[in-house]
Design a protein around this ligand. Structure first.
Ligand SMILES: Nc1ncnc2c1ncn2[C@@H]1O[C@H](COP(=O)(O)OP(=O)(O)OP(=O)(O)O)[C@@H](O)[C@H]1O
Length: 639
């Protein structure tokens, strides 16, 4: 069979077609990033080869000097990025360069709007990788040979719907990518342009990125350029070719840190903060941790690929090594380079290794410190962080008991102080604002912010001037179940148990209250007998001012929201009923007391119960009966 007959045409996965189309149209103002992406891939390919060579040294032996080379031909309008890394076999080329394996791709594509500015940001966050070649090229040719294999292939595409693949001869392992530049991409086939892009974007790459040396002209005695004899072209490194994290902190510029972040994270945007540390002593390792500016699509998913790029003594071992940070820090990106682990370390070994455990707890502290410092010194940036990642950090108190006090300081809440849904207030702020006679931190949890904010349960606290945390994120109830106290003050759910709020009252008022309670008793008993199946008791309360009634669960019972969530998730829970608390001063309650018609009394009692359920975001078992009951009362009232 000749090489020619082996040429096959295959179609791109639908998502690739969509991405290519959108990318070409939304990234044209930032064309030059293609070079960074392709060099980054080449460097990853070299890292992978180095890793495989740990157990199979032969892979390296014929061509041991790992590097990326960039060549160009201005007349032909081409640029070639050539690496001697791991290469790809036929199947790998088809799946790696014809599909997108990233999770959440479909949702991501759905979010794109056609608005160039917004889309380019989103695409940047998603990472375009190899496909960015098509921003500047109308044809891309990839020739590649996998290390350890004799077979090589050529992959070629014009970036529309399909690509071809054929067997070729290739003298050495690795991948060579040739971009046939579009008319408006030809500016890049230029020596100085390419050199400056390499310094700008790829200086931190740990292997040499080489370009042909441009011979310096020699002059004769009269100052004319000497005709020199043709010499072998020589390659020279254009970058500093030293793994960035191995350099001392004071020798790395902010720009370099930012570029390196883009390389390890595949994120186009700049990170919010980073922390670079070399640890010496019992354990020796270097870490470079970044806090990104934007959350990825699947951050909510605790199983998303996460973790640090792991190196052992400068040799790349794996991406997404998740053992070095707890799940609630899954937003952190970066590198860890250890001198204590073996080059053959596997994910399983990492899970059960004492050195890894120690590193994990030190790195966790480091991230918490980085966030604390940011919160203290740069509240605006911290707020940006919180808006993106707060919901993940909220898993912290339950996940990481040992650090829960530190995490508590980092939490931000919406509270009745601002009455705004934005989560901007810290517990420290709250405690500083606490009223003199207040000894607890009050909170309410509801399905959404407005339900929390307008809950009848807040009435007495608002009257007293006590601030209440307004919680409405799904994770909040779980988080609060792990937070016992802050700064010596315990947390109190305002919908649970007794509130123990001291209301200043004279002896006379106290007496009056007792009398009123005594008078209320028959009414409460009547209500209880109507609502028997729904509530454990009906009590008089002074926690309400404007509303007639609210539901309260026992101090140690599960909150009503949590119960609903678990029931929705199909869990069988033991029966537990709330109690109904009624406001003795409310006109409806007073009217009920005088109601002689037992049927009408029952309707009113049910309505109070149902209102209270709705007000805290609950659902009625029988909404139709509620509506007809209400209509009946309205008709009676208007007669
Ligand atoms: N020079 C190369 N040598 C070997 N394999 C490569 C090379 N370039 C790309 N690949 C393979 O193609 C895959 C897809 O590359 P692509 O750049 O699209 O995605 P990525 O690098 O995995 O992530 P990102 O899209 O965030 O850059 C890579 O994961 C790698 O397996």
């Amino acid at each position: 069979m000749t090489t020619e007959t082996q040429k096959e045409t295959l179609g791109f996965q639908t998502e690739v077609k969509q991405l290519l189309h959108l990318m070409i149209h939304s990234l044209y103002s930032n064309k030059e990033i293609f070079l960074r992406e392709l060099i980054s891939n080449a460097s990853d390919a070299v890292d992978k080869l180095r890793f495989e060579a740990v157990s199979n040294a032969d892979l390296l032996s014929d061509d041991p000097n790992l590097r990326v080379r960039i060549g160009f031909d201005a007349d032909a309008g081409t640029i070639t990025i050539d690496d001697n890394g791991i290469g790809m076999n036929r199947d790998e080329a088809i799946s790696n360069l014809g599909t997108i394996a990233k999770s959440g791709t479909a949702q991501f594509l759905e979010q794109l709007s056609g608005d160039q500015k917004k889309d380019s940001q989103l695409i940047g966050q998603f990472g375009v990788g190899f496909y960015s070649a098509f921003i500047v090229a109308d044809k891309v040719t990839v020739e590649t040979r996998r290390a350890g294999s004799e077979e090589a292939i050529r992959w070629e595409s014009e970036g529309t719907g399909e690509f071809t693949i054929e067997a070729i001869d290739k003298a050495s392992r690795g991948t060579s990518i040739t971009l046939h530049l579009k008319e408006d991409g030809r500016e890049f086939a230029d020596n100085w342009r390419l050199r400056s892009l390499v310094s700008k974007y790829s200086d931190h790459i740990s292997i040499p990125v080489e370009m042909l040396k441009v011979p310096m002209p020699e002059y004769d005695e009269e100052g004319n350029v000497k005709e020199t004899s043709e010499t072998e072209p020589t390659w020279e490194a254009v970058n500093s070719a030293k793994a960035l994290w191995t350099r001392p902190r004071n020798e790395v510029s902010d720009e370099e840190y930012k570029e390196f972040y883009k390389h390890v994270s595949h994120d186009f945007q700049e990170p919010l903060k980073w922390s670079h540390n070399k640890v010496e002593g019992k354990l020796e390792y270097t870490s470079l941790l970044y806090i990104p500016a934007k959350a990825p699509q699947d951050l909510w998913n605790r199983d998303m690929l996460r973790g640090l790029k792991l190196y052992v003594q400068r040799v790349f071992i794996m991406d997404d090594a998740e053992a070095f940070l707890p799940p609630y820090m899954r937003f952190v990106k970066g590198v860890i380079d250890s001198n204590d682990l073996s080059l053959n370390v596997s994910r399983e070994i990492l899970q059960n290794d004492n050195a890894v455990d120690s590193m994990r707890s030190a790195l966790t502290k480091r991230v918490l410190d980085m966030l604390s410092k940011m919160a203290k010194n740069d509240a605006e940036t911290y707020q940006k962080f919180w808006d993106e990642f707060g919901n993940v950090l909220k898993e912290g108190p339950a996940d990481d008991f040992g650090n829960k006090d530190k995490i508590a300081e980092l939490l931000r809440f919406s509270t009745t102080h601002t009455d705004n849904a934005a989560q901007t207030e810290s517990l420290k702020d709250y405690v500083e604002r606490m009223a003199e006679d207040q000894d607890k931190i009050y909170y309410i949890y509801a399905e959404n912010h407005n339900t929390a904010k307008n809950s009848p349960h807040l009435e007495v606290l608002r009257k007293k001037g006590y601030e209440v945390l307004l919680l409405s994120d799904r994770i909040d109830e779980w988080m609060m179940s792990s937070l016992r106290e802050f700064d010596g003050k315990s947390f109190q759910d305002v919908t649970k148990g007794k509130l123990d709020i001291e209301v200043e009252e004279s002896e006379e008022q106290k007496k009056e209250k007792e009398q009123k309670a005594e008078q209320m008793k028959p009414l409460l008993d009547r209500m209880k007998s109507v609502l028997e199946e729904k509530v454990t008791s009906v009590n008089s309360t002074d926690r309400l001012t404007n509303s007639p009634a609210c539901l309260v669960v026992g101090e140690f019972d599960m909150g009503l929201q949590m119960r609903r969530l678990l029931e929705q998730a199909g869990q069988q829970l033991p029966e537990s009923k709330p109690s109904l608390e009624v406001n003795p001063d409310h006109p409806i309650v007073q009217k009920m007391d005088a109601e002689a018609d037992e049927d009408r009394f029952a309707d009113m009692a049910w309505l109070l119960y149902e209102q209270a359920t709705l007000a805290e975001g609950g659902q009625l078992d029988d909404p139709a009966t509620f509506v007809s009951r209400m209509n009946k009362l309205i008709v009676q009232m208007s007669n």
